[in-house]
Design a binder for this molecule. Structure first.
Ligand code: SF4
Length: 228
């Protein structure tokens, strides 16, 4: 028999809301930029500094559809409304598992919305749903970015874990505790992104034809390598 965890909608928390207002929105970076940066720094530069536009891929559109489906399924099953602090405390005190989706985070450097957060009595798991089953570094650093922003927004008292889940099968393909090294890596990467966008550092191209071939910027990218 499978025991379904309790699902809840994220309620607004006055304290968290005022904390979030302390951060100037224009100084923050969306967490998903970490993914783009890890794939190819030059792609991030083209997209965010030069303003080159590219059509979304079929995979991106299918992923957005699947996310919307999972969010809608969650809302149907969510029985109560809790703040993140209330959910974390309830999981610990009552030894239950609680789940919320589309959880908003706003840290000192990063902001975004987390696909799913699982509150267990002794840990909190930050989950990102991806179409593929491979736990690539690009996906891991995005999860670590969510972990940093979650930690700074909500100050959890139990260990944080990051996880990747294959969105169609629901299988967890990677699970790892979020540690200081991951936090430092996220901070270094955010600083590097800021320096590139400010023109203080030159962006590096991927130099990898296996990345350039499927890249949606390849037609307008002067650094593209490999046969087109
Ligand atoms: S074509 Fe290659 S170098 Fe250019 S943005 Fe895409 S991945 Fe980067």
């Amino acid at each position: 028999m499978t025991i379904e965890p309790g699902r809840f909608r994220q309620a607004k928390d006055k304290e968290q809301t005022s904390k979030r207002l302390d951060h100037p929105a224009d100084g923050l970076i969306p967490v998903h930029w970490l993914h783009t940066h890890a794939y190819c720094e030059f792609q991030l530069y083209l997209e965010k500094a030069v303003g080159v536009e590219a059509e979304p891929t079929i995979e991106m559109l299918a992923g957005a559809q699947q996310h919307a489906f999972l969010d809608a399924e969650h809302v149907k099953k969510a029985e109560v409304e809790l703040t993140i602090d209330e959910a974390a405390a309830k999981a610990q005190l009552e030894a239950v598992t609680l789940v919320s989706r589309d959880v908003s985070v706003r840290g000192t450097a990063l902001y975004g919305r987390i696909d799913e957060v699982v509150f267990e009595p002794n840990r909190i798991v930050i989950i990102d749903d991806k179409p593929g089953a491979q736990p690539y570094f690009t996906n891991k650093i995005q999860v670590w970015g969510y972990c940093q922003a979650f930690k700074e927004t909500y100050g959890p008292v139990v260990p944080l874990f990051g996880a990747l889940r294959q969105e169609h099968s629901g299988s967890v393909v990677w699970l790892e505790e979020y540690l200081e090294d991951h936090d430092n890596l996220v901070t270094v990467t955010v600083n590097r992104i800021r320096a590139i966008l400010a023109g203080a550092e030159n962006p590096q191209s991927s130099g990898n034809s296996r990345k350039c071939q499927p890249c949606r910027y390849k037609e307008s990218c002067p650094a593209c390598v490999g046969q087109l």
